[in-house]
Design a protein around this ligand. Sequence first.
Ligand code: MN
Length: 232
Amino acid sequence: MDRRDFLKMSLSLSAMAFLDDPNHWSVSRATAADSPVSPASPPYTNDALEPYISARTLEFHYGKHHQAYIDNTQKLIVGTEYAGLSLKEIIQKSSKNPEHAAIFNNAAQSFNHEFLWKSMKSGGGGEPKGRIGQAIEKSYGSHAQFQKEFSHAAMTQFGSGWAWLVQDGAVLKVIKTANADTPMTQGLTPILTLDVWEHAYYLDYQNRRADYVRAYLDHLINWSFAESNLTG
Ligand code: MN
C-alpha cells in the first residue's frame, strides 16, 4: 500500500466513523473543511439543545439549510474574483455589487449560521456575568431591558431574518436584519444572533416564534461566546 492508498483508507475509515454515529454532523461537512468558505463544525451534537431546539430541527437546519448555503457559495465563486478569498472578504466585496447578490446571500447566510451555532449552548441563557454582564448593564440599564429589546427585535422582524446583539463603538445595540443581511457590512461587530427564519423553529414551535425567542433568552444564549466577541 503506498502513501496515497493509505490516506484514502484513513479518510474512508473516518468517514465511516462519522456515519456510524447518528448524532454526528454530516460527513460532507468534514470533507469541506479545506475551503475558505467552510465554517468549523458547531460545538455540539444534534441533540445538545433539546428540549428547546430538537435534534430533528438541527438535523435539517444545520445539515440541509446551512450546508446548502456553503455548497452554493463554493459553486458560485469558482473561477470568479471571489475564489480564494475568506468568507468575510467574500461577504464585504459582494455586498457592494448588486449583480453578485446570489454570492452575497449564500456567503452571508454561511457566516450568519456559523455565528448562530456559536451563539447557543446547552445550559445557556439567563443573566450574563463578568465583562459581558457589565456591558449589558451599561448599555441597557438591566438584563430585563436587554431581553425586552432583543425579544422585540426578534418578534418584529417581518418575514425572514435575524435578531442581533452588536457592538457599535463603545455601546451594545440590538438590531434586526432581513433575509441574509449581516451586521458586518454596516460596520458593526456581531456579539450574538438568533435566526428567525421559519426553518429555524417551525418543526418545534410552528407559529409560536415568541416561545422560541423565550427559550433562546432563558436557556440557550452562550454568554461566554458573546463576551469573546467584545472589542476594546
Ligand atoms: Mn437558518
